[in-house]
Design a protein around this ligand. Structure first.
Ligand SMILES: *Cc1c(COP(=O)(O)O)cnc(C)c1O
Length: 214
């Protein structure tokens, strides 16, 4: 199946309030261009250098999402243009994004990442740390907290995935009033987005189901 057909199929299936992010990491410019021509505007990358290069090579009205783990010393490269940083997982990273935003007079939209999976390799705050981060956001002038993001355990046990997403949704509801006009809950990938939608996701990050395996 080609990428434009895959995107059309997702569009038909998704509720109106859900944003589809086409995760284009490792994929060539030509394939992203093809997706762009179907009207797709939200794209996700997980490496800063690749994100910067693709941003320079592709049309200006693409909304670039940084979905991967972000190192503090690289924030400055994406601060001027990034549409949303999904993986904010420490107070130090929050402060660095705020600092870079202040330098260029841009309030930077972010999601706080929550650790919901049972894998230690995944990043994110627990619920106590989240509370601290929300309080910190209130004093950081150049941070625009838009919502939460999480990744479920990579498992075929759909009950476990559902429980993890449900927990994330509960936290999202608790703090929703801190997330501005369009609170965003970024959860769901190719393998688990249907469960995520059932649990109230507003943004899904789809790579392999659109562009093929990596
Ligand atoms: C790669 C990636 C995705 C997309 O994964 P697929 O399984 O290919 O849909 C989503 N979110 C994050 C954070 C990723 O790194």
């Amino acid at each position: 199946m080609n990428v434009s057909v895959a995107i059309e199929n997702f569009r038909k299936e998704l509720p109106q309030n859900v944003t589809l992010i086409a995760v284009s990491k490792t994929k060539p410019i030509s394939l992203i261009q093809e997706a762009y021509e179907t009207g797709q505007r939200d794209f996700g990358e997980n490496k800063v250098q690749e994100l910067v290069e693709k941003h320079e090579a592709l049309p200006n009205d693409i909304r670039w999402h940084m979905i991967g783990h972000l190192q503090r010393n690289k924030v400055k490269y994406i601060a001027p243009f990034v549409h949303l940083i999904h993986g904010v997982d420490s107070l130090r990273l929050l402060k660095e994004i705020n600092k870079q935003g202040a330098k260029i007079n841009r309030c930077i939209p972010i999601l706080l990442q929550i650790h919901i999976s049972q894998e230690d390799t995944k990043f994110g705050f627990d619920s106590n740390e989240l509370k601290e981060a929300i309080i910190e956001c209130e004093v950081l002038e150049w941070i625009n907290p838009c919502g939460l993001m999480g990744m479920a355990t990579f498992t075929s046990d759909s009950d476990q995935v559902r429980r993890e997403f449900k927990g994330l949704k509960r936290l999202f509801d608790e703090y929703q009033s801190n997330f501005g006009e369009n609170p965003t809950l970024s959860m769901g990938m190719s393998g688990d987005y249907q469960i995520a939608l059932d649990q109230g996701s507003t943004m899904i990050r789809i790579g392999s189901s659109l562009f093929g395996s990596r």
